[in-house]
Design a protein around this ligand. Structure first.
Ligand code: ADP
Ligand code: MG
Length: 693
């Protein structure tokens, strides 16, 4: 991934005036032919470069880019991979500022392809030309009719949604389905192998150009930290929706600390997305549905959903699904029920879901009245109208669309969604709804997912926390023996924690029984003795922790036993602290960089698995939010012990700073931190650093 070069923005990609297609062709279904066809309607000049004999009789065709008169802005490349680096070099020489490389056969194709991709990267770096791809399907910009891709563009109206997809074939399939379902896009970018133009830069660019939701369909995110930083800024004013596939644990390094063991990539990424205000979806389809929900409707201000349906069965299924999304389908007040009942046929239900029964001649009026009453009631934050079989008709769709238009001109901003349950042949009938910007979703499952995301987005809206820039690097760390390769010694780790103001229990390390007795005499009783040795990773499991030592004799006896565990063992003497056991950890994620974690700790932390992650640094306020989100947060304030979460939050924030400031710190485990009502103190600490640099 190249860092961004000054002066080489992505404008040339989205706003070219003269475009050359290298590899233009008249061979049916070839990339060169699709490009020529897709660019035929472009308002600027399109120049085919081809080795074939006069493939386009009506247009001058050039045998090489060098033969094209004047300069070009954008070069679209669809020639065999081996020829691509040279073509990109020629494009740069021609003054082009951007290239779209459609050709495949690079890193995705094995080691020969790797070499070519390397050459392509070097050409981009050396010349400053921006390269999209390779192995991608191109770029589209509906606002100026640009379709420099091998995919079909929007059929009619340009939309406001932008789509960035790493996957070529699947991305194109999603894009096609979306168009089939009458979703329109503003900008579509296929990133392919991302040799130069990456997701973080695209997010920043798109965030500054346009207005609708921005969707990312991703497999990898090598510029993860930069993406996170851009997302924090952009998501504060526009929905950013990400589906990241390949959330497997394959990237996970061999972990020896609890923190690294728990920090699987998918949960760390989910934490980062949530922190940045990004909406994360499980699938590509869900991503597009959420975009549809947020494109033209205001986000719901809360979680209360009103449902109107002509089938009890579908209403119940939808209710279950909405509730499992964390939403509420509340019972209307008595007054509202009376108003609803006055409109309904005899067997209708004025509960929520409001059931219109099968009175199909009355549907246009009934849907319209009920939607209107719900929207004006102040008792729901969004409305789902289920249009099923008989009611999935143009007449009902028109009545619902007209009602929505009236409500919106009356300044009522309760969003309306339609759940369409009928055969495929009826889709045209939903046209009046789509034309008014009312999202239509097929079936309850897709509806509930989209409304769930939209509602959480609308009611959460706590986005864009500030982040202090990158702090200065702290003093260099020296590693010493006693903890195993890469692990800091007890004393060095303690020194680094001290520098960051993280409170440790009074401690000292010694080597003999008399020294242990002497050291213990300085501490408040009872004291704790621990065996320190590189092979004793989980000390208590291996008999290496002696708690509750009240006398010199007890200390001496424990010291003798611990020294006998392994040749070369040393002794860690500590005061015995009290409090709830909490784990605070730090880890360096390969894509996101410094990560901080807090959880219910102790030796069972993996089994409990009650932890929260965030990208560091975090403020103490953000850390307090992490603590509140723990499933077992309540157990920290049980009757017999009251934890002041502020002390703990300070430690979490300080550890976040430590990991953010020290590039060579890979893993930190503070397990446990004993947290009480008047303070919190670390009694077991481990730090692994990158000893390769
Ligand atoms: P390890 O995690 O390697 O087994 P610890 O130092 O965390 O070793 O000790 C194991 C457990 O012993 C801790 O989870 C905690 O319950 C208890 N413990 C350890 N040190 C102290 C201390 N100084 N004060 C109170 N309890 C302690
Ligand atoms: Mg421990």
């Amino acid at each position: 991934m190249l860092s961004r070069r000054p002066g080489t923005t992505l404008d040339a990609l989205f706003h070219p005036r003269r475009i050359a297609i290298v590899g233009a062709s008249d061979r049916p279904h070839s990339a060169g032919a699709l490009l020529w066809e897709n660019l035929s309607g472009f308002a600027g000049e399109v120049l085919p470069v081809s080795l074939s004999e006069r493939p386009f009789p009506d247009s001058p065709t050039y045998r090489s880019l060098r033969d094209v008169p004047g300069t070009v802005d954008l070069v679209v490349v669809a020639v065999p991979a081996a020829a691509v680096p040279a073509v990109v070099g020629e494009a740069a020489a021609k003054g082009a500022r951007a290239c779209v490389v459609i050709s495949g056969g690079f890193a995705e194709a094995g080691s020969d392809g790797d070499v070519l991709q390397q050459q392509l990267r070097q050409t981009a770096e050396a010349t400053g030309i921006r390269v999209l791809g390779p192995n991608c399907y191109g770029v589209q910009n509906a606002s100026n009719g640009l379709n420099a891709s091998i995919a079909p563009a929007n059929p009619e109206r340009p939309g406001t949604i932008s789509l960035v997809t790493q996957s070529g074939a699947y991305g194109m399939a999603l894009h096609t389905l979306a168009i089939d379902e009458q979703l329109s896009f503003d900008k579509v970018v296929a990133t392919g192998n991302k040799v130069d133009v990456g997701d973080a830069e695209l997010l920043e660019y798109l965030g500054g150009h346009g207005s609708g939701p921005i969707c990312f369909f991703l497999e990898s995110l090598p510029d993860g930290r930069a993406f996170f930083d851009s997302a924090r800024t952009v998501a504060a004013h526009r929905p950013v929706i990400v589906c990241r596939t390949g959330r497997s644990e394959s990237g996970r390094r061999a972990a020896r600390s609890h923190t690294a063991g728990l920090a699987g990539p998918s949960r760390v990424w989910s934490a980062a997305f949530a922190q940045a205000g990004v909406i994360e979806t499980r699938t590509g389809l869900e991503m597009l549905d959420v975009a549809r929900a947020l494109e033209q409707q205001p986000p719901p201000h809360g979680n209360r959903v009103g449902i109107v349906t002509n089938s009890g069965g579908v209403g119940v299924e939808l209710t279950d699904l909405l509730v499992s999304e964390g939403l509420d389908v509340p019972r209307p007040s008595d007054a509202l029920q009376q108003r609803l009942a006055a409109e309904l046929p005899p067997h209708g239900s004025a509960q929520n879901p409001v059931d219109l029964t099968t009175a199909w001649q009355l549907f246009p009026r009934l849907y319209s009245r009920v939607v209107d009453l719900l929207a004006r009631s102040g008792e729901v934050d969004s409305i789902v109208a289920v249009l099923l079989q008989r009611s999935a008709s143009t007449t009902v769709a028109t009545a619902v669309a007209d009602t929505a238009a009236r409500l919106s001109s009356a300044g009522i901003d309760v969003p309306l969604y339609v759940c369409w349950v009928a055969g495929r042949g009826s889709h045209e009938d939903a046209g009046p709804l789509r034309a008014r910007g009312i999202p239509v979703f097929e079936w309850p499952e897709r509806t509930a997912r989209a409304v769930g995301h939209a509602s959480r987005y609308g009611s959460g809206h706590t986005r864009g926390h500030t982040t202090s820039g990158k702090p200065e690097r702290a003093v260099p760390i020296e590693t010493t023996a006693d903890a195993g390769p890469g692990w800091l010694s007890v004393a060095d780790a303690a020194g680094l924690l001290d520098q960051h103001g993280i409170p440790l229990v009074p401690w000292s390390v010694c080597a003999t029984v008399p020294d242990a007795v002497l050291a213990a005499a300085d501490y408040r009783r009872p004291v704790v003795l621990k065996a320190v040795h590189a092979e004793l990773l989980h000390k208590s499991d291996q008999g290496g922790v002696a708690l509750g030592l009240d006398s010199d004799d007890q200390v001496a006896e424990a010291a003798r036993r611990l020294l006998g565990l392994r040749e070369g063992t040393r002794l860690l003497v500590q005061e015995q602290a009290q409090g709830a056991e909490v784990i605070v950890g730090g880890v360096r994620d390969p894509e996101l960089g410094p990560i901080v974690m807090v959880g219910l700790g102790g030796v069972d932390v993996e089994a409990t698995d009650d932890v929260q992650f965030a990208v560091a640094p975090v403020t103490p306020v953000e850390a307090a939010v992490m603590i509140r989100r723990l499933r077992g947060a309540a157990s920290l304030t049980r009757r017999d012990r009251t934890v002041d979460p502020n002390h703990l939050a300070e430690i979490v924030a300080a550890l976040g700073d430590l990991v953010a400031e020290n590039d060579d710190v890979l893993e930190v485990d503070l397990n446990p931190v004993l947290a009480g009502s008047d303070g919190a103190v670390v009694v077991d600490w481990r730090i692994r650093i990158d000893s390769s640099s």
